[in-house]
Design a protein around this ligand. Structure first.
Ligand code: ZN
Length: 65
């Protein structure tokens, strides 16, 4: 399944940097934290609690510094 490139363009990861995302292997993947978001019925689910965290840790942790 391919997402509309225009849709990918406006999507952003919920992580603190709101990094751009791309589609990889049927999921939406953040270019920064590598979190993966599922695509259901062609709609990316950009929710932190639905995401698979990337190797660098938990998605969307607030930067309190
Ligand atoms: Zn991210």
């Amino acid at each position: 399944m391919n997402l509309d490139p225009l849709l990918l363009d406006v999507l952003a990861c919920p992580c603190p940097r709101h990094a751009p995302v791309s589609e990889q292997d049927g999921a939406v993947v953040c270019s920064l934290c590598q979190a993966q978001f599922p695509i259901r019925d062609g709609i990316p689910v950009m929710l932190i609690d639905q995401a698979t965290p990337g190797p660098s840790g938990v998605v969307g942790v607030a930067d309190n510094s």
